[in-house]
Design a protein around this ligand. Sequence first.
Ligand SMILES: Nc1ncnc2c1ncn2[C@@H]1O[C@H](COP(=O)(O)OP(=O)(O)OP(=O)(O)O)[C@@H](O)[C@H]1O
Length: 582
Amino acid sequence: MISRLQQIQVTVQQIAEAISSVLMMDVTIFDQHMVRIAGTGYHRDTVGQRIIGYSVGHQVIEKREEYIIADIKSNDACLVCEKQSTCMELAQLCCPILLGSEVIGVISLIAFSREQQMEIIHKGTQLLDFIRKMAELIAAKTVEKSTVNRLLFLKNQLETVLNFVAEGVIAIDNAARVINMNFAAERMLRTKFNDVLDFHINEVFPGTPIPEILRNGKEFLDREVKMWRNGRQHHYLINAKPMLVDGVIQGAVASFRLVNEGYQSGYSKEAPVAFEDIVGNSKNLAAVKEEAKKAAFGLSTVLITGESGTGKEIFARAIHFTSDRSTGPLVALNCAAIPEALLESELFGYEEGSFTGAKKGGKPGKFELANGGTLFLDEIGDMPLALQAKMLRVLQERVVERIGSVKVIPINVRMIAATNRNLEEMILEGRFREDLYYRLNVFPILLPALRERKSDIMELAGYFMQKHARAYGKDIQSISAEAEEVLLQYNWPGNIRELENAMECAVIKTLGSTVEVRDLPPKIAVTSQSGESLLQHSAEKEEILKALKKYGGSVEGKAQAAASLGISIATLYRKIRKYGLS
Ligand SMILES: Nc1ncnc2c1ncn2[C@@H]1O[C@H](COP(=O)(O)OP(=O)(O)OP(=O)(O)O)[C@@H](O)[C@H]1O
């Protein structure tokens, strides 16, 4: 193991040189294993080597004593040294480097000349006082080093843990500036920590109540915050706590999760959806529609998989309204939208008095509410393992028990589950139960991504253009050939939802009756083309300026401007800097 002195070798050498130049004598410093850590003059060349043989140094370490050796040839301590007869040193002064009661090394001041020897003879105790101070300094440096090492270790440990959790975590200092952020927070806020370090939290996460804590010191749980991003409103549930040092608020830490459109209420109130309402005639989509129609007429559980925004929910609704349960309830629950602790009672309900805060008369769960109809469980991949086991029982036995009750309630419910996750991979990682997967996957439906059905893009774009033009009372008739090319070239990672947002944004911006490239969100226009032309740059700059003029340069204004441009706030700030728009 590397010794304490070895860990700070450079510092030890510097101290040896400083002593040597002040006292005009050579210095050597070695650790408790007799390895030379530093040396000046004659001893410089053997730094890093172990001192062999039994010498005064060994005695300093063993006895933890200081030595003043006025004459090497006659001193008792030197008599035991094998090299005494050939030793070129005339006199020596040795001092242990102590860390508590442990010797971690020795400083030795050496006289090679008569004058230096005289110095040691006449001023030995003063010199020793000085060397002792230097030994204390070195010991303090080793403590400092191990403190730094420990802090680095803790920092790594903390980062590993932070980046392991699925919740977003963000920390601010006492001026509400961002000082830390984990991977999940980066993902959810679509930003990079380095891009927003030291930004005011409101610039990164507008509308969050986290700064309140700096004023009142009160922690809060499950506060809902809505934020516009990419033309879409996102809901977050936030918990936050003050960071206290010696009782003084030094900042705050918040953890949050994205509660995408927490549609907890049933769909029964909503308008029915037929397969004919699902826009798109590509071969891929037509095949899936045929499959889904077959599923609608059975009673089997359906598992819809597909990337986010591919239309899983709209398919689930079409299946329900085409099935012979269409007059029954359609009840939906997004497993990712509900805090884990509440999910069980949402699904299974509870009896009166089953836990603190339980409603009088108890509450039915979604299974009961969906009786005679369909239960749509979205984001099933986010269901915790313990609940998965309970779900499996319901699917096998077709009965539910409310929390806190022993009564068994029979249920007649068709289940449709959906996920954008790869459940088979999750099974291998032990995060999803294989038996539940097979129970759910009776009728699998795989929705293709938009990029896998390019021929649907323009049909959908036209459909959304008309829908939003109607809503905004605008007379927009067509999409220009250039805009069409851009729409077709783009990769659509956010699928149909992203296309709908893009077309809504275009409808808002279009001045005439045709959607042009400049009306599309800059992100789509830029990434669709190979290389960013000067023309695009100036168009983008103009768009940003327009948005900033419209919404104002305040933090809130910038957040709105970013939302209207379909970009994240951090990207807006980057572009403001890039185009010098301060
Ligand atoms: N083929 C389609 N025709 C018309 N609208 C569609 C079509 N597919 C999806 N949409 C619309 O696009 C949006 C996204 O679809 P939906 O919510 O069904 O996707 P999803 O796969 O469930 O997304 P997520 O996994 O993110 O919840 C919805 O507003 C939906 O009405």
